[in-house]
Design a binder for this molecule. Structure first.
Ligand code: ATP
Length: 140
C-alpha cells in the first residue's frame, strides 16, 4: 500500500463529487481530506520548483483563486495509478490521448494551468506534499 497526495484545483472544485466518484471507482481509499484556500505564500511553497518559469505567476494566481480539496489517497502503486487516472498535464493533449482521464473530462483545454487535478509525481514529493497539507498527521 502506497500513499499519494491528490488535489482538486480551484477550477474543478465544483466537480469534486464526480471526481471523487472516479477515485472510489478506481479503488483508492481516501485517508484524509481537507478543503482549503491557499494563501499566496502557501501556493508559492507548494509550487516552489516552478519558480522562475514563464507560467509561474499565473499558476500562483490560479491556485489562490478559490478553494482546493486535498486528499490523501492510499492503494497499490497509488502514485503511478493516480497519475495515470489524471492523464497528461496539458488538457488538450489529455483529450486526444486519454479522453477518459480526469484532466480530459474536467480540465480547461484553453488554459494550461487549469487542468483540474494534481497528483504527486514520486515518493519524495508525496511525502512532502502530504506534510504540506496535513502537518499534524503521523503516518507510519
Ligand atoms: P501537477 O504537479 O499539478 O500534478 P504536473 O506534474 O502534471 O502537474 P507540472 O509540469 O509539474 O505538471 O506543472 C505543474 C502545474 O503547473 C500543472 O499541473 C499546471 O497546472 C501548471 N502548468 C504546467 N505547465 C504550464 C504551462 N505551460 N502554462 C501554464 N500552466 C502550466
Amino acid at each position: 500500500i502506497q500513499r499519494t497526495l491528490a488535489m482538486i484545483k480551484p477550477d474543478a472544485i465544483d466537480n469534486s463529487p464526480d471526481i471523487e466518484k472516479v477515485i472510489m471507482d478506481e479503488g483508492f481509499t481516501v485517508v484524509e481530506r481537507r478543503r482549503v484556500r491557499l494563501t499566496r505564500p502557501e501556493a508559492e511553497e507548494f509550487y516552489g520548483e516552478h519558480r522562475g518559469k514563464s507560467f509561474y505567476s499565473s499558476l500562483i494566481e490560479y491556485m489562490t483563486s478559490g478553494e482546493v480539496l486535498a486528499l490523501i489517497l492510499a492503494g497499490d502503486d497509488a502514485i503511478t495509478h493516480w497519475r495515470k487516472v489524471l492523464g497528461p498535464t496539458q488538457v488538450s493533449r489529455a483529450r486526444e490521448e486519454a479522453p477518459e482521464s480526469i484532466r480530459a473530462r474536467f480540465g480547461d483545454p484553453d488554459n494550461d494551468s487549469n487542468n483540474a487535478v494534481h497528483g504527486s509525481d514520486s515518493v519524495t514529493s508525496a511525502q512532502r506534499e502530504i506534510k504540506f497539507f496535513f502537518p499534524d498527521l503521523t503516518l507510519e
